[in-house]
Design a protein around this ligand. Sequence first.
Ligand SMILES: *[C@@H]1O[C@H](CO)[C@@H](O)[C@H](O)[C@H]1NC(C)=O
Ligand SMILES: *[C@@H]1O[C@H](CO)[C@@H](O)[C@H](O)[C@H]1NC(C)=O
Ligand SMILES: *[C@@H]1O[C@H](CO)[C@@H](O)[C@H](O)[C@H]1NC(C)=O
Ligand SMILES: *[C@@H]1O[C@H](CO)[C@@H](O)[C@H](O)[C@H]1NC(C)=O
Ligand SMILES: *[C@@H]1O[C@H](CO)[C@@H](O)[C@H](O)[C@H]1NC(C)=O
Length: 461
Amino acid sequence: MRKLKLTIVSMLVIIVFLIVYLSLFTKNTNYNTAGDDNLIFQKEHNIENNKSSPMNSLKVYKSKFANIIDVVLFITTDTESKDQLNKLWPKISVVAISGMSAVTNDQAYSHAGKSSHKHEEDKIDDSVNAIYNCVPHSHVSLPVTVHKNTNYNTAGDDNLIFQKDHNIENNKSSMNSLKDYKSKFANIIDVVRQMNVTPLLVTLVNRAYLPFAFSWLCNTEQMGIHKQVLFITTDTESKDQLNKLWPNISVVAISGMSAVTNDQAYSHAGYIRLMIRRTQILLDILQNNISIFLFEVDCLWIKNPVPSLVKNEGYDILVNPVSNRPGVVAGGFIYMFPTYATKVLWTELNAKLLTLEKNISNLSPKMGILESQNDQMYLSDLVKRRVSGLKPKYLPLDEYADGKWYSFPEKTRATLDPYVINNNWVIGNNNKILRAKSLGHWFVLSDNTCDRDQIKKIVKR
Ligand SMILES: *[C@@H]1O[C@H](CO)[C@@H](O)[C@H](O)[C@H]1NC(C)=O
Ligand SMILES: *[C@@H]1O[C@H](CO)[C@@H](O)[C@H](O)[C@H]1NC(C)=O
Ligand SMILES: *[C@@H]1O[C@H](CO)[C@@H](O)[C@H](O)[C@H]1NC(C)=O
Ligand SMILES: *[C@@H]1O[C@H](CO)[C@@H](O)[C@H](O)[C@H]1NC(C)=O
Ligand SMILES: *[C@@H]1O[C@H](CO)[C@@H](O)[C@H](O)[C@H]1NC(C)=O
């Protein structure tokens, strides 16, 4: 009997242990899943991050590397090397560049690391889709994920491992390129300059979002805004498909976000990476003094919102609140006037994301990311704090609706006359498409042509 009791007690202990153990691995599964896109994004460490003073980094925007270009000959990839050089050769100028950390331990480096639990890998999800607002980000808790990253260059047997970076212009030919350094995304800025429009309507799409892009293009075909639209794709196939079906739309593909097929998993890092990239591109555009309307293509445009947005001169930024999340603004529906305050805000946002990225790479794969740590929460906070005297306008949700609109009673909907309805607050691309279709908010047919009858029924001009 005593033995049986002991057995029962020890079983209970094991069960409790198991529950605790499992809960460790089921924590933070609240992120959204959206479809079956298979993108893995590469890390990039060498974008300057000056946390200490975004204002200052804004001022020195055109010459981020000014401190190293004078006569400095030693550029080290880590502070230890710098310290050793300084010690032995105090008169030699040495600078250490950040984000190039040398590691002797593969696992420590790739925050990818290695998963000790297959289970964990299964949970890795397409968190990158959070950018697509399936559920507003505040609702999304992203897991730190574990990825095998194959994009390493190994340089000899000194154990230095650098990750490839496809995104920074590589002009070895001259120091001049540093002096003349203006824009990280010169090719995109070239396209933008040629477009010569204001505001510039910018959206980022990946392959999984092409159906939404096509429906949106049909939706807005007659609004006369297509010449102002810049699609940024994360892969060249998406660019090619967009170009083929919509030859008049400007599309640029960004590199370093290469799609990897047969890998269902996204890394949190991938999401952060993409946010950093998007933020930097937008900053470059702002630095060129161009107004930006950032939007996402999973959005119904009932009436063209651009003319009413443009009118808000005097504000720095127009943001869209998120339903049921006081103080939170949407990360993917933003109108920006290229004012000094907006540039400061955007520079700070970028710095915060870069910090987050570094933090993540130091975390154990088992650890989740706090809900408060994502681009949308950072943006909300910066807007709330009115950085640099920022003047924000919060767009009314009844005119710029989010996905909660779909759960309103029909009566309520009938009283509203929104410009747009962001199709978020639903999990999964297919569900999102089904919901749009159920109300006739889907405008592309299976052969990718536009459903003009449906457009006529829904879209007001
Ligand atoms: C970062 O900001 C600090 C404080 O304003 C400044 O002294 C420093 O030069 C900046 N560093 C870089 C790399 O721009
Ligand atoms: C690289 O440097 C050369 C020589 O200064 C310059 O002519 C060329 O435009 C630069 N290329 C890029 C991509 O910046
Ligand atoms: C592209 O623009 C040209 C000239 O404005 C126009 O004739 C043509 O119909 C447009 N094509 C499409 C597919 O919209
Ligand atoms: C943008 O505007 C600012 C402030 O008026 C000006 O200093 C800067 O040179 C402009 N930049 C470009 C690229 O036109
Ligand atoms: C990064 O980690 C440090 C130390 O844990 C913390 O103080 C800081 O708030 C974190 N920053 C971000 C952006 O997550």
